[in-house]
Design a protein around this ligand. Structure first.
Ligand code: G3I
Length: 381
C-alpha cells in the first residue's frame, strides 16, 4: 500500500477540524424556535387559511401563522364559486386580501385553484354549449392568473383531474373540452402568468396506479411544449397508515420528470374511515361510534400521531433538494375540514396545533428533527 506523507495527513486533519468548526458555528447560530425558521434551508412550510384568518380576525392565528409558516394557500376563497360567482363577474376582494397578507408577513402564496370540477358556480356547471364553455374556461384562467402574475408564488392550475386508476376523471371539463383540457389549462396559465410557478395538484397520487396517471399527464403537458413546474401530492393520510414507501417512490419518480414536488394539503386523520383520499362527494352517516374523542385525544393516539409526523418529516428532509413546500391543510385542529368530512360534526385532531392553537407533541417532533440534529452536530465541540 502506498504511504501517505505525514505532512498531508496533518494538513487534511487541520482542514477537517476547521471545516467542522465553521459548519458547527453555522448550525449553532440557527437557534430555530419555529417551523418556518427550522426548515428555512430545506423547504417552505405552509398552511391553509380560511377567510377569518386572511382578514386577521382570528387573533390566535394572526399571531401564530406569521411566526410558524413561510407559505399559505387559501382554503376556499380562490375557488371558482367564490372568485367568479357569475358569468364574467369576478369578486377579488378576499383574494386581494390574501395577496396583501402574504406581502405583509413575508409569506409566499399558493393560489388554489384555477380548474377544479368541484365548487364550480351554478352557471358554469350548467353551460351546455361547447364554445361557451371554452370561453368560460379561457376567461377564468386568463383573468385570474394575469391579475396575480408576479404577485403570487404559485398556482394549483388543475386540481384532481384523475380517477384512482389513473384514468381521467369524468367532469364537465373532460366532457366539454376532452382529454387535452389539462394541457390547455397550463398553456393559458403560462401565457397569463409567466412569473408564477404552475402545478398539478391531486390526492392519492402517491399510490402506484394514480401516480402512473399523473406521470402520463405531466409528460403530455411537457411533450406539448407547455410549462409545468411542479406536482402537489395533497397528503390527506390516516393515522398509523402513512404510505411512506409509496411517498418516497413518488418523490423520486416525479422529480425525475424535472419538476418540483410539493406536499400541499397535509393532515393525518385520527378517526375511523374506510377509504383513503379526499373526494368531497363521498359522505358517511353520522354515528357516535365514529366520533370517540369528543372529550380529548388519548395519549396513545397523540403519541402515534407524533410518530407518524416524525417519520414523514424524516423522509421529507431526506429529499429536501426535491421538495419545494410542505403545507398543512389548516392551522389548528378546530378549523380542520376533517371535523365535517366524511362524517359531519366529528372532533378530529389531524394537525400540529390543538383547538387552543397550542403546539401538540407532533409539533415538537417535527421541530426537533431540525433542532436536535443541529444539537448533535454541535456535540464534538
Ligand atoms: O361558505 C359557506 C357558508 O356560507 C355556508 O353557510 C356553509 C354551510 O355549509 O358552507 C360554507 O361553505 C363551505 C366551505 O367549505 C367554506 O367553509 C362548504 O359548504 C364546504 O363544502 C367547503 O368545504 C371545503 C371543501 O374543500 C369543499 O370544496 C373545505 O373547507 C376545504 O378544506 C376543502 O378543501 C379541499 C381542497 O380544496 C382540494 N383537495 C381536497 C380538500 C379537502 O376536501
Amino acid at each position: 500500500m502506498k504511504r501517505i506523507p505525514l505532512i498531508w495527513v496533518t494538513a487534511v486533519s487541520i482542514s477537517v477540524i476547521l471545516f467542522s468548526c465553521s459548519s458547527s458555528k453555522k448550525v449553532t447560530g440557527s437557534g430555530a424556535t419555529t417551523l418556518r425558521d427550522a426548515y428555512k434551508n430545506d423547504f417552505l412550510i405552509g398552511t391553509a387559511l380560511n377567510s377569518q384568518q386572511i382578514e386577521e380576525k382570528d387573533s390566535n392565528a394572526a399571531k401564530l401563522v406569521p411566526e410558524q409558516f413561510s407559505a399559505a394557500t387559501p382554503e376556499n376563497i380562490m375557488k371558482a364559486e367564490i372568485i367568479h360567482p357569475q358569468w364574467g363577474n369576478y369578486n377579488f376582494d378576499l383574494a386581494d386580501k390574501m395577496i396583501a397578507y402574504g406581502k405583509k408577513h413575508n409569506i409566499l402564496i399558493n393560489g388554489h385553484t384555477l380548474i377544479w370540477h368541484s365548487q364550480l358556480p351554478a352557471y358554469a356547471r350548467n353551460i351546455k354549449d361547447v364554445d361557451s364553455f371554452k370561453t368560460f374556461f379561457k376567461d377564468h384562467i386568463t383573468t385570474i392568473a394575469s391579475r396575480y402574475n408576479g404577485k403570487i408564488y404559485s398556482w394549483d392550475v388543475v386540481n384532481e383531474a384523475l380517477n384512482e386508476d389513473g384514468t381521467m376523471r369524468k367532469s364537465i371539463f373532460l366532457d366539454k373540452l376532452g382529454d387535452d383540457f389539462v394541457t390547455e389549462a397550463f398553456r393559458l396559465a403560462q401565457k397569463a402568468a409567466p412569473n408564477t410557478n404552475l402545478y398539478y395538484n391531486d390526492y392519492n397520487i402517491e399510490q402506484p396506479k394514480k401516480r402512473a396517471g399523473a406521470i402520463a399527464l405531466i409528460k403530455k403537458i411537457q411533450a406539448a411544449g407547455v410549462r409545468i413546474d411542479g406536482v402537489g401530492i395533497q397528503g390527506h393520510w390516516h393515522l398509523n397508515k402513512i404510505p411512506l414507501k409509496e411517498i418516497e417512490e413518488s418523490i423520486q419518480e416525479f422529480s425525475a420528470l424535472g419538476i418540483k414536488v410539493m406536499f400541499t394539503e397535509l393532515d393525518i386523520e385520527v378517526l375511523k374511515r374506510d377509504f383513503q383520499g379526499a373526494d368531497v362527494s363521498q359522505r358517511v352517516a353520522s354515528n357516535p361510534e365514529l366520533n370517540p374523542y369528543v372529550n380529548g385525544l388519548p395519549d396513545s393516539v397523540q403519541l402515534q400521531l407524533a410518530n407518524d409526523y416524525e417519520n414523514l418529516f424524516k423522509l421529507f428532509i431526506n429529499y429536501k433538494d426535491k421538495i419545494d413546500r410542505v403545507t398543512f391543510w389548516g392551522v389548528s385542529d378546530g378549523q380542520s375540514w376533517l371535523n365535517g368530512w366524511p362524517v359531519r360534526g366529528r372532533t378530529n385532531y389531524p394537525l400540529l396545533f390543538d383547538r387552543q392553537y397550542k403546539p401538540k407533541p407532533a409539533y415538537y417532533k417535527v421541530l426537533e428533527l431540525k433542532t436536535k440534529k443541529n444539537a448533535e452536530q454541535q456535540k464534538p465541540f
